[in-house]
Design a protein around this ligand. Structure first.
Ligand code: LLP
Length: 426
């Protein structure tokens, strides 16, 4: 079972935040996303306690449900947003514009204009973007505070699809060329270079690459200070891994702080600058806060023991996309011993729609409820309507109370924006 204290067992049933998951599944139906408010707050506070002087910008891509963003806003979080939609949601949820950084490797002119109009800072990813932003800002009669997204060429040990700071990665400007970018930005109207930003990857379980990255960032900080730029912030991105597997040891935010802070402080002092440190955790804040409850429709014993459930890669794409491991349990038999080895498979017409492989679980039968663990980050936020499936209800538990934070979609939502040309209707 999970190490986290918000998950428990009562009367053979799995609980989250003290609420019986089987009753939730019966009342709201499956599939069902369940998130624990208290755990979001706890994770945020733990992270913040490791970096008391830093600004924590929650990575909205991990989970941009308005209630989640609202809770984090109330904890004092800012936001890393990666699209116009995430910016819209973050502002709507009450995150202050001066605590938002607009990231993205291929922002449209529309998105840049929205950033200018909202007064948020922009992490500029390319020289073309710099020029477009400058032109738009001049036309708007405004000046935008910017950072450059630096590609530090640091290699974290993680899945290749979520390593973002390799020289070959699509993100940012290579650290060897970025000085030129600052030189140009300094002379360009409409943009004020005040920050420096990187993000080396996600689900990182060894903190040493963060040390390498912060050294590299502070080298650049030194060079741009010599150019006469006053550096207001150094943003080291997100990436701290979480223990998806039982007994997996992962670094804590305090371990991350022990790696980053001494270098950051010592180098800032040596350069004679006092920028703010910004961090952009996503997964650490929300990853373990949620369960996905899926109903068992069939148990098929063929070459393997397939347990068919009503949630698949449409609602949780991580296993199919990154071969990610998520713990699973039979929510209504939570304290029974494992008897058979099963593959838990979704209802999507893709052979890769497998949520969990080779799991020893209590005997499973139709009607049972499977709980998929640690789905709070990149779970619902990466969901789709593939195969014409409506997205499910999301609920939040909070000290025993239960609220719907997103209603289940219906067929109308599937076709809401579709149109049949009149000529096809005759
Ligand atoms: N900042 C930036 C600029 C990012 O691109 C990301 C994640 C983060 C912060 C937050 O990283 P975190 O603390 O959550 O690791 N869908 C993948 C993860 C993609 C991460 C993309 N960027 C997954 O499910 O593993």
């Amino acid at each position: 079972m999970s190490k986290a204290n918000h998950i428990g067992i009562q009367n053979h049933h799995l609980t989250i935040g003290g609420v019986d998951t089987v009753s939730l599944a019966h009342e709201y139906g499956t599939p069902l996303y369940v998130i624990d408010e208290k755990r979001i707050r706890e994770n945020f506070r733990t992270f913040k306690s490791a970096f008391p002087d830093a600004d924590i910008y929650f990575a909205a891509k991990a989970n941009w449900n308005l209630s989640v963003l609202r809770i984090l806003a109330s904890e004092g979080a800012g936001a890393d947003v990666f699209s116009d939609g995430e910016l819209y949601a973050a502002l709507l949820a009450g995150i202050q514009h001066d605590r938002i950084l607009f990231n993205g490797n291929s922002k449209t002119a529309y998105e840049l204009q929205m950033a200018i109009d909202s007064g948020v800072r922009v992490s500029v990813d390319s020289m073309d973007e710099l020029h477009t932003l400058s032109d738009l800002a001049i036309k708007s009669g405004k000046a935008v505070d910017i950072a450059f997204r630096v590609n530090p060429d640091v290699s974290p040990e993680t899945h290749p699809k979520i390593a973002t700071g390799l020289a070959s990665s699509k993100f940012g400007i290579g650290y060897k060329n970025v000085l030129k970018a600052y030189e140009e930005a300094k002379e360009l109207p409409g943009v004020n270079p005040v920050g420096i930003h990187c993000h080396i990857g996600s689900q990182i379980t060894d903190v040493s690459p963060f040390g390498e990255a912060v050294e590299r960032m502070m080298d650049i900080a030194e060079q741009i200070t010599r150019l006469g730029i006053t550096l207001e912030f150094v943003d080291m991105g997100g990436g701290l891994g979480i223990p998806y597997q039982k007994d997996m040891a992962t670094p804590t935010p305090h371990d991350l702080a022990d790696t980053i802070l001494p270098i950051f402080r010592c180098r800032s002092e040596a350069i004679g600058i006092s920028p703010r440190l910004v961090l952009e955790p996503g997964r650490y804040i929300v990853g373990d806060t949620s369960l996905l409850l899926a109903g068992v429709t069939t148990v098929k014993r063929s070459a393997r023991n397939f347990v068919g459930v009503d949630a698949g890669l449409n609602l949780m794409i991580r296993p199919a996309m990154y071969d990610a491991y998520h713990e699973v349990a039979v929510a209504n038999k939570a304290d029974l011993a494992g008897e058979e080895t099963y593959d838990i498979v979704g209802p999507i017409c893709e052979s890769g729609d497998i949520i969990a492989r080779d799991r020893k679980l209590p005997l499973i039968e139709p009607g049972d409820v499977i709980a998929v663990f640690d789905v709070g980050a990149y779970g619902f936020s990466m969901s789709s309507q593939y195969n014409g499936r409506c997205r499910c209800t999301e609920i939040m538990v909070s000290d025993g109370s239960v609220d719907v934070i997103r209603e289940q979609e219906h067929y109308g939502d599937l076709i809401a924006k579709q149109k049949i040309p009149a000529r096809l209707l005759v």
